[in-house]
Design a protein around this ligand. Structure first.
Ligand code: SF4
Ligand code: SF4
Length: 426
């Protein structure tokens, strides 16, 4: 037997937290006992003989493994299984247009809308994925631009079609959207349950005064208030809906005061349906010292009754959803991309095209390239974070970039990990 190469033992003043990055298992011990076990585990035969219960616990949770196990191969195996899992995540962009113009947005708001021909091709695509590819579930996810600008024209009819086809074949269906929340008015909200909406990602831009400067529109005094009222309303109507409240921040716009401002509009009972995740806008420089400010704000949201994301790390054994075979983003004009967080949606030469028969034709096998393991390089294979991080962004990998993912984000892996572990025992 041997100890796993992915064991983390991190200390607070009172405890030692043990975490295995490959299995996700963890436990804690008092600091003194933890230090003793840490030193005893240098001799596993002695540990087994003298502290059998601890030895068994470590063995059962992947901290101690058979000597012939190659854990990197296990990372590879988990990655490949996740890439080919038949749960289809289908992103649809009814438009690239938006009612806002945020300064950091990479999208040009071209006045566009999906045509009836593309809508029909999408229906054929759903047929193809259900009947021929035999997907095991369908997750429809609306994106844009602002998708709810075309709720009646695109979202409602395609959702109804997908729901009927999935019901007919017994395929689980889920609806969701990344939206600015502006159009989730009471009229739209009343149809969300029928259309099986379960998940929204909605963005705020820091404190109210900053948000309203970034997101504004004629006839609305405060989009911050308007959107939070909409969120509160949809959760009051359907407590099964989950809202991921992403807070896009620069180091100036995110302060603890924001928590009270959000609380003012979200009733206490609805808060547990909301998960708060701060995200630095990509144009802002990286500042590892900002981690403690973020943790302070997250603690305040947590104490107010929200769910919080303490460890915003990709999980699911792949670096990004783009790696998945059963993931596509279909633009208003029938062009298909994998990554929606870059300019691919605007490129003249589309990565793929949805044909009228519902089949996607990819240029230069782009879809296959996205599925490759981005961690097959010396640095990642040697890295202790590998099972959690799973390598660099697939798009960067295709472009030949080689930087470490942690070089470009504020997060400090070990600080985030210990913060996450400590809160598992609250
Ligand atoms: S990208 Fe960086 S953190 Fe991720 S596995 Fe590679 S070296 Fe490790
Ligand atoms: S930029 Fe990279 S990591 Fe981000 S969504 Fe696109 S492919 Fe994934």
């Amino acid at each position: 037997m041997k100890t796993s190469r992915y064991n983390y033992i991190l200390y607070t003043d009172t405890h030692g937290y043990w975490y295995n990055a490959l299995t996700g298992s963890f436990f804690r011990l008092s600091s003194s006992l933890s230090k003793k076990i840490e030193s005893l585990s240098e001799d596993l035969t002695f540990l087994e003989k003298n502290v059998k219960t601890m030895y068994d616990k470590m063995k059962d949770n992947g901290f101690i493994i058979p000597a012939d196990v190659n854990e990197i191969d296990l990372v590879r195996q988990k990655h490949d299984e996740a890439v080919h899992r038949k749960d289809y995540f289908m992103v649809v962009l009814p438009t690239l247009n938006c009612n806002y113009s945020c300064w950091y947005c990479i999208q040009d708001h071209i006045p566009t809308v999906m045509s009836d021909t593309t809508l029909e091709a999408l229906k054929r695509h759903i047929d193809y994925m259900i009947d021929v590819k035999e997907i095991e579930s369908l997750h429809l996810d609306w994106f844009g631009g602002e998708p709810f600008m075309f709720f009646k024209k695109v979202i409602e009819p395609l959702s109804r079609y997908a729901i009927n086809r999935c019901e007919e074949k017994g395929v689980p269906f889920m609806n969701g959207s990344t939206t600015n929340g502006y159009f989730l008015t009471p009229e739209v909200a009343s149809l969300l349950t029928e259309l099986k909406f379960k998940r929204f990602q909605i963005t705020l831009d820091g404190e109210k005064k900053f948000h309203d400067k970034v997101k504004f529109t004629k006839g609305c005094e405060s989009t911050f208030e308007h959107v939070l009222k909409n969120i509160n309303n949809i959760l009051s109507l359907n407590p099964d809906i989950r809202v991921f409240l992403r807070i896009n921040y620069t180091h100036k716009t995110l302060t603890p005061q924001m928590v009270d401002e959000v609380n003012e509009f979200i009733e206490y009972n609805n808060r547990e349906c909301i998960t708060v995740t701060p995200k630095k806008v990509w144009q802002e420089n990286t500042d590892k010292n900002f981690t403690s400010t973020i943790q302070q704000i997250i603690d305040l949201f947590d104490a107010s009754g929200y769910k919080v994301s303490r460890w915003d790390i990709p999980s699911g054994s792949i670096p990004c959803y783009v790696s998945k075979e059963y993931y596509n983003a279909i633009n208003f004009n029938g062009n298909v991309v994998k990554c929606t967080a870059c300019n691919d949606l605007y490129e003249r030469q589309a990565k793929g095209v949805l044909k009228d028969n519902g089949i996607i034709e990819w240029n230069d096998s782009y879809d296959i390239k996205c599925q490759s393991r981005t961690f097959e390089n010396e640095r990642c294979l040697d890295c202790k974070k590998l099972p959690v991080c799973v390598g660099i962004c697939p798009r960067d990998h295709i472009l030949g970039k080689t930087h470490c993912k942690y070089d470009v984000i504020d997060s400090d892996f070990e600080k985030d990990l210990i913060n996450y572990l400590v809160h598992q025992y609250y």
